[in-house]
Design a protein. Structure first.
Length: 321
């Protein structure tokens, strides 16, 4: 049986994405109903959770989720592993696969994840890289589904820094779910052509659509879901002053939300900087669902891990074919 990995949003087909989200709903209602990481007796299988970048939500949600699934999380903090400098990614994968049931990695270059997966006989999960944040999008889609029902046909507007991992994953995961995804940012800060092309290809199969624009108003018009992300990500601190000026017209404030549908909901993957990419009255207001979104990292990632282990033939999860 082929080992399944989750390195980017389109590693799940539309049907598979829906199956993972369905399982997440089940696990949110019954948190301990799936135990794919429980061994014989009191034994627990271990999952390596590797951080090249610091984290709050990713660390807590994966550690808690692995425990909920009957396993033991092995947290490897920034600077504690030798991956990529003293030891190659390929060699690290061959060592880890003999000791753990799955590998979760929050890192920089996406190619490292590709190399890890190519050399691993256990599932590898992208917990964030420079190009994609697919686990966050599973949580976002779960949250939107809870508040809006079916995802297909909904319009989602992402505004701000549209050349980052969140914009890429919103495009790919959103159209996989059959959504109409609109991404807006200034010239020079839009998704790469190959990401847009992949999203358009998937949208043609699911009935979704893609709009990439520099016009925030065009993206926001009548949107069911509005999302943004920090303008200054890790490693961009020296660009802060320039970025605050560059993205000023893409801030999600009350005026921006007024352009969306009256019942639109607001998403932000956090951490958020009030007064910059989002105003306090929006993120702390009645349309904000960011705290449900943060919690759903736990449920979505539990479902993903359980699904990957099941589809890789390394566990049996009731309800999955």
């Amino acid at each position: 049986m082929t080992v399944r990995h989750f390195l980017k949003d389109t590693d799940l087909t539309p049907a598979e994405q829906a199956e993972v989200l369905d399982l997440a709903v089940r696990l949110k209602a019954a948190p301990y109903s799936a135990q794919p990481l429980a061994g014989e007796g009191s034994a627990r299988k271990t999952v390596a959770v590797i951080f090249d970048k610091t984290s709050t939500r990713t660390r807590v949600s994966f550690a808690t989720g692995i425990s909920d699934l009957g396993g033991a999380p092995l947290i490897i903090n920034p600077g504690e592993a030798q991956i990529g400098h003293k030891e190659s990614v390929e060699d690290t994968a061959k060592v880890l696969e003999r000791m753990v049931a799955a590998i979760v990695w929050r890192t920089g270059a996406h190619q490292g994840l590709v190399d890890m997966a190519a050399n691993s006989r256990v599932p590898v999960v992208n917990a964030l890289c420079d190009d994609y944040h697919p686990c966050q999008l599973l949580a976002d889609l779960l949250t939107v589904r809870e508040h809006k029902g079916e995802l297909a046909g909904l319009s989602l507007a992402y505004v701000g820094d549209a050349a980052n991992n969140m914009a890429n994953s919103y495009l790919l995961a959103g159209v996989t779910a059959g959504m109409h995804v609109r991404v807006a940012g200034p010239d020079g800060y839009l998704p790469a052509a190959e990401i847009v092309a992949e999203a358009e290809k998937v949208a043609a199969e699911t009935g979704g659509s893609v709009l990439v624009t520099t016009d925030a108003s065009a993206a926001l018009a009548g949107a069911d879901v509005v999302a943004t992300d920090t303008w200054v990500s890790m490693g961009q601190e020296s660009e802060k002053a320039a970025r605050l000026t560059l993205f000023r017209d893409y801030s999600v404030d009350a005026a921006a939300m007024a352009k969306a549908a009256p019942d639109a909901v607001f998403l932000h993957c956090l951490p958020a900087y009030r007064g910059y990419e989002v105003s306090a009255d929006v993120i702390d207001g009645p349309q904000s669902i960011v705290w449900d979104e943060a919690e759903n990292r736990l449920h979505a990632q539990k479902a993903l891990l359980a699904w990957l282990l099941h589809r890789s033939g390394q566990a049996v999860v009731d309800g999955l074919g």
